[in-house]
Design a protein around this ligand. Structure first.
Ligand code: SF4
Length: 392
């Protein structure tokens, strides 16, 4: 995900180690409290340059921090950067975002997934606009739509220099390793959050809350990476219990995940003679809410999944928007957080001057450039070579 760094901290460690958490009844409060100045020294030399990040010595803009944090939830930095830049170009201030129609916001967001987040983003911008600016406390931030414990602490620390430790996956991993917490996630999450809240106990961290929070992110994104941590060059190598016990790579432990169910669907790609595609809107609430999709069958799951032959039969008799000579375009696989979707796409192009009655429930013809397309629908529009819409 991220680049690697080489660094040797010059100072010796200054830290305290509390007894190890072995059993919930004996869990201690603070855990390892590492020397913040070692991390900050490393950060000053190796900090990542990111478009939402303020230059050294500058105060970060809360709008930039908030926007990037919402986009980064469940998505990697490299994916977010172009979206972030397009958003800022179109909506340079939180007020501009608040005043935009929701459709424009969803359209710019399309492809990032988790559309409820985009709607919350817009609702949040409106709330901030009404308040006349961002609240400057963790509690005030947390009262806004779509801002939870992590995001409120991230904005408070990074933009307002409030000493708080935002606990994301990176910080959770660092904490599990520093303290050699072997209890598996997600059950260990409250313990890790408690231990993480003491990472900034050192006065050096209290003096630079914004940099300290970002330094933790950078450490987790580079040296303390999930698979192969570079402990030998880590500024906290001397106080890290996982390194001392040679178990860094195995932490944090995770409970085995249940297998993801698979859902199946058949969707229809109908083009008009201009190459516009028939699309309908999904309900505004729920999965991919408010985005456009190809018409077709519901996404059936598990035991309720009919055999491929049965699914095809009901698809063509009940869900096809027109009677046509359908051609199979191909299959699309898309992984959502809680299921895998397998879609078979069938296509047809309506002949010139055709006058097919199409029930508006199946959608309306749109140039794909004007549609709000999720990643899975983009794949469905692009699969195969026949009956493909013009994408611009
Ligand atoms: S020493 Fe290794 S495991 Fe420990 S914090 Fe540093 S990179 Fe992570």
């Amino acid at each position: 995900m991220e680049p690697s760094y080489h660094h040797h901290g010059e100072r010796r460690k200054q830290f305290s180690i509390a007894p190890l958490p072995r059993h919930p009844f004996f869990v201690i409060d603070t855990g390892v409290t590492p020397d913040a100045s070692l991390l900050l020294h490393w950060y000053d030399r190796h900090r990542r340059t990111l478009p939402w990040r303020a230059a050294p010595g500058q105060q970060a803009d809360p709008y930039h921090v908030w926007l990037s944090e919402i986009m980064l939830q469940q998505t990697v930095v490299q994916t977010v950067i172009p979206y972030y830049e397009r958003f800022l170009e179109r909506f340079p201030t939180v007020d501009a975002l608040a005043e935009a129609p929701q459709e424009d916001v969803l359209q710019l967001w399309a492809g990032l997934g988790y559309y409820a987040r985009a709607r919350n983003l817009h609702a949040c911008a409106r709330a901030i606009h009404r308040l006349g600016g961002f609240p400057r406390t963790i509690e005030g931030l947390q009262a806004l739509p779509g801002i939870g414990t992590y995001t409120s602490r991230a904005i408070a620390a990074i933009a307002f220099n409030i000493p708080a430790v935002p606990v994301d996956g990176n910080v959770e991993r660092i904490t599990a390793r520093l303290n050699a917490v072997e209890d598996p996630l997600p059950a260990s999450r409250p313990l890790l959050a408690r231990l993480a809240s003491h990472l900034n106990d050192d006065p050096a961290a209290q003096a630079r809350p914004s940099d300290f929070a970002q330094a933790l992110f950078d450490l987790g994104a580079s040296l303390c990476s999930p698979r192969s941590p570079s402990c030998l060059t880590c500024p906290w190598r001397d106080c890290c219990l996982a390194k001392a016990r040679n178990m860094a790579e195995t932490l944090p432990a995770r409970q085995k995940k249940k297998t993801r169910p698979t859902r199946h669907a058949i969707l229809f790609r109908v083009l008009d003679p201009e190459g516009h595609v028939l699309l309908r809107s999904r309900p505004s609430e729920g999965l991919l809410g408010g985005t456009d999709e190809l018409p077709g069958t519901p996404w059936s799951e598990g035991r309720s999944t009919p055999s491929p032959a049965r699914l095809a039969e009901t698809a063509f008799t009940r869900h096809a928007p027109v009677q046509a000579q359908w051609e199979e375009c191909g299959e699309v696989k898309h992984i959502f957080s809680h299921f895998t979707l397998l879609v078979r796409v069938y296509g047809c192009t309506l002949p010139e001057k055709s006058n097919y009655p199409i029930d508006p429930a199946h959608g309306r013809f749109l140039p794909p450039g004007d549609a709000i397309l999720s990643s899975v629908m983009k794949k469905c529009l692009l699969v195969g070579t026949r009956h493909r819409p013009r994408m611009t």
